[in-house]
Design a protein around this ligand. Structure first.
Ligand code: ARG
Length: 577
């Protein structure tokens, strides 16, 4: 638990107290929100209480604000209060309070964030590629965005269950089984198993487009698999193992870890029971041999829960999955991260879950597709831009960058750095935009290291530059104890930096609550930019004793916030670039 109050908390408490005394209000009548301002002109924080109280007090918000400002006694930590717009109360913090806050941050592992999730469990269902189908570029967004949400929730104290809901069950296995038997090249399978599986899948898929008997054969093998035929099951298991192996190499490169790899097949036994419940509650009915849930009342098309051939659907499995997760984990929330094309699916099965009485807070976090220079991807046609190739290219390009910016660095270090930068660049491109917008990926943008570039290397570089300041200080003043010098906020840029640091918790919870890591990315970019002007305009190593130490301390906190913030985006930092 944090042992000091954030400015939001202090200001809320003081404003509520003062509202009580100025207007003789009851606790229950006071509704206020104190939030960071987005323009320094309007102070550091802002309160909308005057608007919220207008009705209760039967007065215009501006007048309430006016009476409040005149009647309230300012505490030490507030320098002054102003009124703006329709009745906003703007707070300007005192420099000493800001300095004090930064000092308390130095000992706080959470850098001011409150572990609000303690004692609560969330399941996050992300990445979730399909077995025996190559993981394509669309899955990277789920992996990267999902993993950042995962990190954010863990940081906030939640017990997170990261579940990779693999598509290990479905019609594609019919094609895989017949394709494997007809086309497998044993040598190729031994050499590069997953590539070979992919080739088989594509070949079988292409053949199925022209060949009716092939399609029928695939169907028959699928039914045999579903009925437990031993040979088919063994082969299916092999596909799963080989696929997970490939996925894991990608996850390792991306620094992504799951708690569970539960494929759709894990829930198979529950499917008949889900159907029974749907029937018992009269939610499902027969239609042309299939079993459907009519969602017309809810403004959605029907949802098929059992096909006319007896097979179950994606939605049925998801219903069973919700039931199982509730039983096992009692989660406060289940978060699903997929691309935008699945919105209807999630809306439908969320609705059906509700009707079934499955009590869980279900959230679908969807994102737009990523447009690559080579045009958008497509899984089925085989013109896949494979993730591994994308990551390879990112690292290779980053290595070029590193070699030209740090030619004297030992090669092993250059390579390690290139990995952090290349992977970071891919992730950041993804995370720094509103997930729901269409991302157009360009290498120029992703790897831009210049001041304007809102990119991972730019932030990683800012971090390394700050780290080197602390190191230079240590080298110049080896016996100095920084903590003996108080942290003082005087310069305007120091103030801006410190206020920005105090907003880290708001950036973290904003990103977590809205499932939008870009809120945190924006924050980090702003922080790095302010630091950049600080670095070029304010002397620190050359400043007078005392001022120097205070500034180095401030730098230390900036570095800590940048490092932690990047880590929450899943982006690695290095002390040297
Ligand atoms: N396997 C699916 C796909 O690749 C995504 C699964 C998402 N999770 C879920 N519970 N439906 O499209």
């Amino acid at each position: 638990m944090r042992e000091f109050a954030t400015f939001e908390e202090k200001l809320s408490a003081w404003t509520a107290e003062s509202m009580k005394s100025v207007f003789g209000l009851d606790e229950s009548e006071i509704h206020l929100g104190v939030s960071p301002t987005n323009n320094e002109q309007f102070g550091d924080y802002q309160c909308n209480a005057a608007m919220a109280l207008s009705k209760a007090l039967k007065k215009a918000p501006r007048q309430i604000a006016q009476e409040f400002v005149e009647g309230a006694v300012l505490p030490d930590f507030i320098d002054r209060v102003e009124i703006a717009g329709p009745g906003f109360i703007n707070f300007f913090l005192s420099n000493s309070a800001v300095a004090g806050y930064i000092q308390s941050l130095e000992n706080d592992a959470k850098l001011g964030a409150e572990p609000v999730g303690e004692g609560k469990t969330v399941v996050i269902d992300y990445s979730s590629p399909n077995v025996a189908k190559p993981m394509h570029i669309g899955h990277i967004r789920s992996t990267v965005i999902g993993n950042s949400i995962d990190r954010l929730y863990r940081f906030l104290g939640y017990n997170v269950i990261a579940d990779n809901h693999l598509g290990d069950w479905g019609t594609q296995f019919g094609l895989m089984l017949v394709g494997y038997r007809a086309f497998v090249n044993e040598a190729a399978l031994a050499e590069a198993p997953v590539e070979e599986l992919e080739r088989i899948y594509v070949a079988s898929y292409n053949k199925s487009k022209e060949d009716e008997t092939w399609r029928e054969k695939a169907k028959t093998e699928l039914v045999k698999l579903q009925q437990g035929n031993e040979e088919n099951r063994a082969l299916w298991k092999k596909f799963i193992e080989l696929s997970i192996e490939e996925f894991d190499t990608i996850y390792n490169r991306l620094g992504v870890k799951f708690d569970l790899y539960r494929g759709e097949s894990f829930y198979n036994d529950r499917l008949p029971k889900i159907i029974e419940q749907l029937e018992a509650k009269e939610l499902a009915k027969e239609s042309d041999g299939a079993l459907i849930v009519d969602l017309e009342e809810d403004g959605m098309p029907v949802c098929i829960v059992r096909k006319s051939d007896g097979g179950y659907n994606y939605a049925t499995t998801d219903l069973a999955t919700v039931e199982s997760r509730i039983e096992e984990f009692s989660p406060e929330r289940i978060i699903y991260v997929t691309d935008e094309r699945q919105q209807l699916h999630f809306k439908q099965f969320f609705k059906i879950s509700e009707k079934l009485g499955l009590e869980a807070n279900l959230v679908h976090v969807w994102f737009g597709l990523m447009r690559l220079p080579e045009a958008t991807f497509s899984t089925r046609e085989g013109n896949v831009i494979k993730l591994a190739a994308l990551l390879d290219e990112a690292e290779a390009r980053a290595l070029e960058l590193v070699k030209s910016s740090s030619p004297d660095m030992p090669e092993a270090q250059q390579k390690d750095l290139a990995k952090a930068i290349g992977i970071g660049a891919i992730k950041y491109t993804d995370l720094s935009q509103n997930p729901q917008s269409l991302v157009t990926f360009t290498w120029e943008k992703a790897l831009n290291m210049e001041g304007e570039g809102n990119s991972a290397p730019y932030l990683q570089y800012a971090y390394a530059r700050i780290s080197s300041v602390s190191d230079k200080y240590k080298a110049q003043f080896p016996d100095s104890d920084l903590n003996r010098y108080p942290l003082v906020i005087e310069h305007e840029l120091e103030r801006r930096l410190a206020i920005k640091l105090a907003r880290f918790p708001a950036a973290v919870s904003g990103a977590a609550d809205n499932y939008r890591p870009n809120i945190l990315a924006d924050y980090l970019y702003d922080l790095a930019q302010i630091y950049s002007s600080f670095y070029s305009n304010v002397p620190f190593l050359k400043a007078d004793e005392g001022v120097r130490e205070s500034r180095i301390r401030l730098c230390r906190s900036i570095a800590a916030v940048l490092k932690q913030g990047l880590d929450l985006l899943g982006i690695e930092t290095r002390d040297r670039i």
